[in-house]
Design a protein around this ligand. Structure first.
Ligand SMILES: Cc1cc2nc3c(=O)[nH]c(=O)nc-3n(C[C@H](O)[C@H](O)[C@H](O)COP(=O)(O)O)c2cc1C
Length: 449
């Protein structure tokens, strides 16, 4: 059954599990409870997805890069996930057969793919999973990725968002190639589908020429769920016009509330129902029975990070800056605008300036991520409730510093506390990811009003 959101519908908290086996933290693979090879250990990833499903998360999500982020091989040899992980669309196909209700979201780039390929992949995933697929639409980040696709430099920020908008239009157009009721599979008459229910796209644009039709039936959800995570001005504009779910990152509630209000207003101005754009800030948690226990766990984790890796990661998120050219105990230099993630660069620079931090201090402090809430189940639930009820969030993209422990702790300690407060579901009520998220099934562009 497809959910029918309306004004009388109670606002529901949504939780997405951002799975980056063996954990978001770059040194997570060194944790004694981690599976060091988790990125390519399918049995392990299936167990994580099943844990998230038992806890009734809306979805699991897998990020992706189409290249390795660090040029320095000494640094690279000390990290796991960026070197050795499953490609996400392949992975969620496997998870679709090992789970039954949870949504499955994979990242794919609009800069280094063709829309026909992606439309076909995600339509197939939606069929394979019975309507549980989602696409995290990214424009990719770095020159290192560009160099795997015949370019020396990553496509310019402005241009790649322009391409992304046209890419989205082509993909969604292809998904509408066949009407929902086009296929009769009528063995008696020999008519496989009703030819009046086939629509050729015939797209001719600046970036793409695609005739269509797509060679697969319309996806069960009409459209797999579209996720967007760019927070620059261009990223926000794209999110407000096309995204069903928006991943964001905020250090405090005031920043989250401002983003939330702006995005919902922009979506409304674009003719969309703001309730159909689900805003999920990132939330990384370390739970302990007491605050001391949680802090102790966090300290032990951060002690595993090699300082060279911390520095390389800082340089990467600043936009590929050569930090070796600057004294480590001096301030962050003025930087040119990033062609990677403008919003990530802005957040780091603001943090350095506000704290008067040297480059070395900044690299060390980033290991203790601002989005990480370290506490007891009650204090973490307090945080979630405050942001949700204060309209800084419709829920959270829950990030797990190390796996499986922080997912297990969230599922067994935080979620029961959220349920005690009447904030989170005890059962799935729909069958599709759109149902979980309270989103309607979009009609085909060819459907009569
Ligand atoms: C939670 C989150 C997850 C993201 N995952 C990916 C990813 O897997 N791959 C990628 O290339 N970019 C990823 N990004 C980057 C954004 O999608 C976006 O392309 C980037 O931030 C540049 O956009 P901006 O300049 O508009 O911020 C992610 C961002 C966030 C906040």
């Amino acid at each position: 059954m497809t959910a029918q959101p309306g004004p009388a519908r109670r606002r529901e908290l949504h939780l997405n599990a951002f799975l980056k086996p063996p954990g978001e933290f770059l040194a997570a693979w060194r944790h004694p409870n981690a599976a060091a090879d988790a990125g390519v250990n399918i049995r392990h990833v299936i167990e994580l997805a099943r844990t998230a499903e038992r806890a009734r998360f809306d979805a699991v999500f897998f990020a992706d890069l189409v290249g390795v982020p660090f040029a320095d091989q000494e640094v690279l040899s000390r990290v796991s996930v960026v070197n050795d992980s499953f490609e996400p669309t392949t992975l969620i196909a496997a998870l679709a057969t090992a789970t039954s209700r949870i949504g499955l979201i994979a990242t794919a780039s609009t800069t280094y793919n063709e829309p026909y390929h992606l439309a076909r992949t995600f339509a197939s995933l939606d069929h394979i999973s019975g309507g549980r697929a989602g696409w995290n639409l990214v424009t990719s980040l770095s020159d290192a990725e560009a160099r795997n696709f015949g370019l020396d430099r990553h496509v310019d920020h402005e241009l790649r968002y322009e391409r992304a908008a046209e890419f989205f239009a082509v993909v969604t157009g292809l998904w509408d190639s066949f009407d929902d009721d086009a296929f009769h599979h009528d063995q008696m008459s020999g008519i496989y589908f009703d030819e009046t229910k086939l629509h050729r796209l015939d797209h001719r644009g600046k970036h793409f020429a695609v005739t269509g039709p797509l060679n697969i039936a319309r996806p069960p959800q009409g459209r797999p769920v579209i996720v967007q995570a760019g927070s620059s001005d261009r990223g926000r504009a794209l999110a407000a016009s096309v995204a069903d779910v928006v991943f964001t990152q905020h250090a405090d509630l005031a920043g989250a509330q401002a983003f939330y209000a702006d995005l919902k207003a922009t979506a409304r101005a674009a003719g969309r129902d703001p309730d159909h754009v689900v805003v999920l800030p990132g939330l990384s948690t370390i739970v302990g029975r007491t605050l001391d226990e949680a802090e102790d766990r966090f300290d032990r984790l951060t002690s595993l990070l090699d300082p060279r890796v911390a520095l390389a990661d800082l340089a990467y998120w600043l936009g590929g800056v050569d930090l070796a050219a600057h004294p480590l105990d001096g301030p962050l230099p003025d930087l040119p605008p990033s062609n990677q993630s403008q919003s990530a660069q802005r957040a780091i620079v603001e943090r350095a300036r506000a704290g008067g931090l040297t480059i070395r201090q900044l690299a060390q402090q980033r290991a203790r991520d601002v989005r990480t809430v370290v506490g007891t189940p009650e204090t973490i639930a307090d945080h979630i409730q405050e942001w949700f009820e204060g309209r800084g969030a419709d829920g959270f993209n829950v990030i797990f510093p190390y796996l499986p422990d922080t997912l297990d702790d969230f599922a067994t300690l935080v979620i029961p506390e959220l349920r005690r407060r009447g904030l989170f579901r005890t059962e799935y009520t729909g069958r599709t990811l759109r149902d979980n998220l309270g989103l309607p099934r979009p009609p085909s562009r060819w459907a009569l009003p």
